[in-house]
Structure formats: structure tokens, C-alpha cells
Design a protein around this ligand. Structure first.
Ligand SMILES: [Zn+2]
Length: 256
């Protein structure tokens, strides 16, 4: 895939208004762009500009992160915010981009009392009040094939929404106690179905735990919304209520 040559910027030279070059990039590369009306596009543009302005993008292992990559990562993260009363991801200001796979080294738990030091290969990772790590090859693949129902940027930033109340438990902040109770009940039932191996529009990684369930459900909600609505209608409605968007009522531009 060829990326347009956007004018490079220094760390403090983010444009004051949304550049036409960014708009052309998103129109061409972001599957959600064509599904939004003028008001939602304006909201997304404002969110992307603020995200690029406040986020420090770092490249791993000699990789170079260009402005187009920054805009495309910001735009996918900000799709989650379009219908929320939230203008930023307050707990993270750093995105570290790896060229291919994110490789984590060092000792870690392998379950129970077991430990391992084998390298761990990931498409991305979110840290509580810390950076988001992303594999650029995974990001690019997800943009090309949204119908696969996976999006590593949305996955990791969904974790950050989950973290806003201080715990990663698959429940982002929901103030209304009735809505909160319903969310937990619906998500627990859907989680138990996927954990039991029943047929589900969610990939099996959702069964790793409630936190992963919410992140995987978020990916499906935005990437394969019609399938999610057909297979898990109650879960779909909870996500509509939380995110303030109804993606299944729109048509994704990219169906390749
Ligand atoms: Zn995850």
C-alpha cells in the first residue's frame, strides 16, 4: 500500500485546522469515513486533530512513523469516541509503533505458578496509564480487511476505555445503575456462550476474560456490526447504548 506524502511536522507543528490531505487520506483508507454524515465527520476530524496533538508517537527498532500512520491510528482510535461524551483517552499519551509483530521479552506468568521467558508475539498491547503498543503490519491489515472483524487499534483503545474506572473488568464507566446492571447481565451471558464454545459472532479470544471480551466485542461492533447484531442482538444493543452509535444501520465502505 502506498501512503500519500503528507508534509512532515515537528512534534509541535500540528496543524491548527484539519488538513485536506488528512481528509483525503481518511476518505481513501478509513472504512468508516463514508458511513458518517457531515456532523459525525466533523466530530471525528476534531477528535483526530486533538489526538495527534496530544499523543507522542514513538517508533520501535529503527522503524519510522510517518504523519499518515499517525493520522490513521488516531482515526481508528477516535471512531470509538464519536458518540461518547469523551473527547480523548485521558489515560494514555504515548503510542509505540512496531513494524511487524510486537515482541515482548522477559519473565512473566504462564498461568498458575508457572513462569516463562519465551518471547511473546502480539499485534498490540495496552498498559494501564501507559503506552499503547501496535504492530503497523497488523494495523494496515485490519484497515484493508475490516470484514474480518478485527481491529487492533480499536481493541487496545477499548481496553483504555475499560480502564477509565480503574479496573479492567469488561465494564467501562456506566453511571446509571440500571444500565450498569443490564450491561453486566447481558455481557456475562454472551461471555459464557463464547467461553462454552457455542457458535458466536465473536472470535474465541473473547473467552480469555471479561476485559478481552469487551475489546473483542468492540472490534466486532464496528467492523462486522450486522453479524454481531444478528448473532448477539442484546449485546449489540448494549454496545449501541454505550458507544452512542449504530454501525449496523450504516454500510461499511470497504467490502473487499
Ligand atoms: Zn486485549
Amino acid at each position: 500500500m502506498r501512503w500519500p506524502s503528507l508534509r512532515s511536522r515537528g512534534r509541535r507543528r500540528v496543524p491548527a485546522t484539519f488538513p485536506d490531505a488528512w481528509r483525503r487520506l481518511l476518505r481513501r483508507e478509513l472504512p468508516w469515513w463514508a458511513t458518517y454524515g457531515p456532523a459525525e465527520r466533523a466530530r471525528l476530524e476534531a477528535l483526530v486533530l486533538a489526538f495527534v496533538r496530544r499523543t507522542r508517537f514513538e517508533a520501535s527498532r529503527g522503524f519510522a512513523v510517518d504523519p499518515a500512520m499517525e493520522v490513521l491510528i488516531a482515526a481508528q482510535a477516535c471512531v470509538l469516541l464519536v458518540g461518547l461524551e469523551l473527547d480523548e483517552f485521558p489515560e494514555t499519551r504515548t503510542v509505540i509503533v512496531h513494524p511487524t509483530t510486537v515482541v515482548l521479552r522477559g519473565r512473566r506468568s504462564a498461568g498458575g505458578r508457572l513462569e516463562t521467558s519465551a518471547p511473546l508475539l502480539l499485534g498490540g498491547q495496552a498498559h494501564y496509564r501507559g503506552p499503547v503498543l501496535l504492530s503497523w503490519s497488523q494495523v494496515r491489515r485490519d484497515l484493508r480487511f475490516p470484514q474480518r472483524g478485527q481491529n487492533v487499534v480499536m481493541h487496545e483503545f477499548a481496553h483504555h476505555l475499560d480502564m477509565l474506572d480503574g479496573v479492567v473488568d469488561g465494564t467501562p464507566p456506566i453511571d446509571d445503575p440500571v444500565a450498569h446492571e443490564r450491561w453486566v447481565r447481558v455481557c456475562t451471558a454472551a461471555y459464557e456462550r463464547v467461553a462454552a464454545g457455542e457458535e458466536s459472532p465473536l472470535r474465541s479470544y473473547a473467552s480469555v476474560g471479561p476485559g478481552e471480551f469487551f475489546a473483542v466485542a468492540t472490534e466486532a461492533f464496528f467492523c462486522t456490526p450486522s453479524e454481531l447484531r444478528a448473532g448477539e442482538p442484546a449485546l449489540y444493543e448494549e454496545l449501541v447504548a454505550f458507544y452512542g452509535q449504530d454501525p449496523a444501520s450504516r454500510q461499511l465502505a470497504c467490502t473487499a
